[in-house]
Write a protein that binds this ligand. Structure first.
Ligand SMILES: Nc1ncnc2c1ncn2[C@@H]1O[C@H](COP(=O)(O)OP(=O)(O)OP(=O)(O)O)[C@@H](O)[C@H]1O
Length: 204
């Protein structure tokens, strides 16, 4: 499990997260909600090992660092994190290429509802929702222990939102530990009966 204990993150002398504790457990989904700017994305960064807390501790399966390939981040704006020079096919297949493993691309695309014809295109040639599906397909290929999702449905229509929520639920049922950030309480309530509500506080 990922355990964050009494984590404080400060930017420019302003405390964004203050004494926050949360545990991400394999096979369960933990919702993280709260108003804009309260520190939800920052907390995901801490859980991913990308943001160093100023005080407090984070451990990954009792280790001081996450195991390589054990965490996948589903970004709020996939366009900002996907390499624009890579086709969707390369983006999806990279985790398998690193491990020199073969994958059933059709099965993976089918599971996330991505038309395989889009795999030849570059990120600039597909919609946000299609790119989001490619990122989900990449996560299926990676098979991480933990999936950290930042507003996973914010760019999707209601049908795509339902599909993504079903997929995330299935991934947790398969044993992944999920953290899902959303400002939408309906999404959090549907995915994660257990949730952490971050509240704005007076900076000090
Ligand atoms: N690298 C940084 N340097 C300085 N301030 C930052 C940095 N990253 C985030 N912040 C600030 O920290 C606060 C929390 O940002 P964060 O993105 O974690 O909030 P959030 O709850 O995810 O917001 P939203 O719901 O709008 O996406 C914001 O006030 C933001 O301006």
């Amino acid at each position: 499990m990922i355990e964050a204990r009494n984590v404080t993150v400060t930017y420019d002398d302003t405390a964004v997260l203050k004494q926050v504790s949360v545990t991400i457990t394999p096979g369960t989904t933990t919702g993280i909600t709260g108003p804009s700017g309260v520190g939800k994305t920052t907390l995901l960064g801490v859980l991913a090992g990308l943001v160093q807390p100023h005080t407090g501790t984070v451990t990954w399966d009792a280790q001081a660092r996450p195991m390589r390939g054990s965490i996948a981040l589903l970004a709020q704006h996939p366009r900002l994190v996907c390499n624009p020079r890579w086709t969707l096919g390369a983006i999806v297949a990279e985790p398998a290429a690193i491990r020199r493993k073969s994958i059933d691309v059709e099965a993976v695309c089918d599971r996330v509802g991505l038309d395989t014809a889009l795999l030849r295109r570059f990120p600039a040639q597909v919609s946000d929702g299609q790119l989001q599906r490619a990122c989900l397909a990449r996560i299926l290929v990676q098979q991480p222990l933990y999936i950290l999702c930042d507003e996973p449905t914010s760019m999707l229509d209601p049908i795509a939102t339902r599909d993504v929520m079903r997929l995330l639920t299935a991934l947790a049922a398969d044993g992944a530990g999920l953290a899902v950030v959303s400002h939408d309480r309906a999404v959090i309530d549907a995915l994660a009966p257990e949730h952490l509500e971050l509240r704005a506080h007076i900076a000090s």
